[in-house]
Design a protein around this ligand. Sequence first.
Ligand SMILES: *Cc1c(COP(=O)(O)O)cnc(C)c1O
Length: 382
Amino acid sequence: MTEFPISGFREKETPFYYYDISLLKKTLDTIKRTSAYPGFKVHYALKANSNPELLRIISSYGLGADTVSAGEIRTAVDTGFPAAKIAFAGVGKTDAEIELAIKYGIGAMNVESLPELENIRDIACRLDICANVAIRVNPEIDAHTHHYITTGLAENKFGTLECDLEPMLRIIKDCDRLNFTGFHFHIGSQITTMEPFRILCERINKLQEKYSDMEIPTLNVGGGLGIDYDDPDLNPIPDFKGYFDTFARYLRLRPGQELHFELGRSIVAQCGSLISRVLYVKEGHQKKFVILDAGMTALIRPALYQAYHRIDNLTSESDKKAEYDVVGPICESSDTFGENIILPLTHRGDIIAIRSAGAYGETMASTYNSRPLPQTMFFDNF
Ligand SMILES: *Cc1c(COP(=O)(O)O)cnc(C)c1O
């Protein structure tokens, strides 16, 4: 169970993100231990959280980086990720971003479409530098998660369908400034059963059989391993063993072939909480509202995806409980962190932790209403 340094919280201006560094390190230790299969290489998806302090710790464990913009590539290099271990993904890479990625000599650009590949070829030829390219294949798997975050279905914008691969492979073959590194997949996010990953393995096995005469140095299976938002104290570390074992068991790697993973949420979500103060408790006729000094500008996931985050009152000493809607100060009805939440009796000045907020929290914060971005606080009890 995460211990919160509550007396430190009381002195600090709220809202801020609090990161439990010892939990992050335990998580990274677990990943190291459970991914120790031949050829397995774990990358971290920076978009989940690109706080430099966290990135330096993650890079020190030898992970690679998955990036989606020039800014993330620069941040990854600046925080200790070697360029050769950086992948660059995204459906809309600009010419300037492609040029930067080629000049840095990053490990792979994950190409999503034919026109994008033609553009990368033209830029690599103009620069006269070899570009490492992987093709993102849409494996057409429904990962049974929220429709906004399912990315492997046939009708969405990500990747190339298997039937459209041939012309892309021909372009790569015909150009000596393009170096084919392999195939890339990503089926969605917050996936909490191993079944979609097992199906992905089977799709990849079939694809490898189809291209049995082609060299495929690397397979990249993306990210998407989910976490327990309901009970972060019971399950602070996701089921990495089940995850890596699934790939070890079902995916037939060729001799010497590398298998890359790009995990975001599962690495950083549980180590972060958004810490906020109760401004007012408003007693309505049917409902009681806890009004926080943090809103959707600090953590947008509930407003954007109806995401659930556990909410804890860290300072109430009451044995009595009551039901509250926990809301932010912003003039949008979606600015709500939870409805009908049972908390100990809550008062103005209490400190509230919104849990499991280390992923897609700080990185998605905005300055809407001219509010400042949330500060951060780190705690390492080792
Ligand atoms: C978002 C994303 C990831 C990371 O996803 P998580 O669900 O945070 O693990 C990995 N790869 C790609 C291509 C992505 O778009």
